[in-house]
Write a protein that binds this ligand. Structure first.
Ligand code: PMP
Length: 361
């Protein structure tokens, strides 16, 4: 490499590839590639943004007290144990920075979120990838991979891009059998889609080695605002707060998130529509000979006969102005991850996959 060398290992990091947002020559794309809320941001969040615009010459809050209070009230949590980040990505980054370094190991699963390995490598730690069982996170395999160098174990529950999840009893068994120096990170980016699931909050409250992360990017429709949060034991939150930049969240993002989390009508509608159209989409795909695992999130993982067939379907969908996500980088080359859109988008993507399966190319 030309120029001044970065820290060892940095150039080994695979670049994160996000979902596509445009197709050449097509103006009105149906974007089902990044698991965004098809109903957009809550109207209350939009109003809050308009109201705060006149105050953006001021620095934002450093302690995020109002947003933490809102999160605590809505989810029944203790606000002092919440930390807010620029997306949940940033909270995951705080954890890597604070708890892992050269010589340490960070466990993530085979089809887990790509950022886990990237964050481990970014702090010089070694990512350790463990197998899943039929696209479901497997506690026994994770425990078998633990060593006295394991510092963090990242689990997304529900998992992205498989959409599958494991039960709280299994998570509890994982937490209780980790080596003493390891922290379990329960990534709940999609937890809000699961009725009756607290994302692991009660587990956090009864353990010293579990933290959960959540996001405003999915159900709350604020992907562009970049707001996420973590809920953990007080001593971990106190550690993470030391490395958090004082003004990490903009005043606009803070106000939007606070309004979004209190807009229960928008949240409920988004969740209900997702549940309804996710089931419809999975069934429609199955009728076209495209199976998927029972998804608990806001996407389905459509499985094709081969990587070539998945690639050809992706290309065909793009020609029809529909963007979905290839998940080759997640070791699922024969699958496409399709965000559950609104009714029209679900009908359109299912129709086009039907055409593809019937021979259209
Ligand atoms: N975890 C998982 C499992 C995700 O899929 C994502 C978003 N793709 C994130 C975390 C990060 O989300 P954000 O930074 O937008 O909160």
């Amino acid at each position: 490499m030309a120029g001044i060398e970065p820290q060892p290992g940095i150039m080994d990091i695979a670049l994160y590839v996000g979902g596509k947002s445009s197709v050449d020559g097509v103006s009105n794309v149906i974007k089902l590639s990044s698991n965004e809320n098809p109903f957009g941001p809550s109207p209350a969040a939009q109003d809050a943004v308009r109201r705060v615009v006149h105050e953006i010459h001021r620095y934002p809050s450093t302690d995020h007290a109002e947003l933490r209070t809102a999160i605590a009230e809505v989810h029944g949590l203790q606000s002092s144990r919440i930390i807010c980040g620029v997306g949940s990505d940033e909270v995951l980054q705080f954890l890597a920075q604070a708890y892992a370094g050269p010589g340490d190991e960070v466990i993530h699963t085979e089809h887990g979120f790509a950022m886990y390995a990237i964050l481990a490598q970014s702090v010089g730690a070694t990512p350790v990838e463990v197998a899943e069982r039929e696209r479901v996170v497997c506690v026994d395999t994770i425990l078998a991979a633990c060593s006295d160098r394991t510092k963090l174990v990242f689990i997304a529950n529900p998992n992205n891009p498989t959409g599958t999840m494991i039960g709280l009893a299994e998570i509890e068994r994982l937490a209780d059998n980790l080596p003493p120096q390891a922290i379990l990170v329960l990534d709940g980016a999609y937890a809000d889609y699961v009725e009756g699931y607290d994302g692991g909050a009660r587990l956090v409250e009864s353990r010293q080695n579990v933290i959960m992360t959540r996001t405003f990017s999915k159900l709350y429709g604020l992907g562009g605002m970049r707001v996420g949060w973590g809920y953990g034991p007080q001593y971990i939150i106190d550690v993470l707060t030391r490395i958090r930049q004082p003004f990490n969240l903009s005043s606009v993002a803070l106000k939007a998130a606070e309004a979004a989390i209190r807009d229960t009508a928008h949240v409920e509608k988004s969740r209900e529509e997702n549940t309804r159209w996710r089931a419809w989409l999975a069934e429609a795909l199955a009728e076209h000979g495209v199976p998927s695992d029972a998804s608990t999130a806001n996407f389905v993982l459509a499985r094709f006969g081969s990587p070539d067939e998945a690639g050809a379907c992706d290309t065909f969908l793009q020609s029809q102005g529909i963007l979905v996500r290839r998940v080759t980088g997640y070791k699922l080359p024969a699958a496409l991850r399709i965000t559950v859109g609104d009714e029209a988008s679900c009908r359109r993507v299912a129709h086009c996959i039907g055409l593809f399966k019937a021979g259209a190319r």
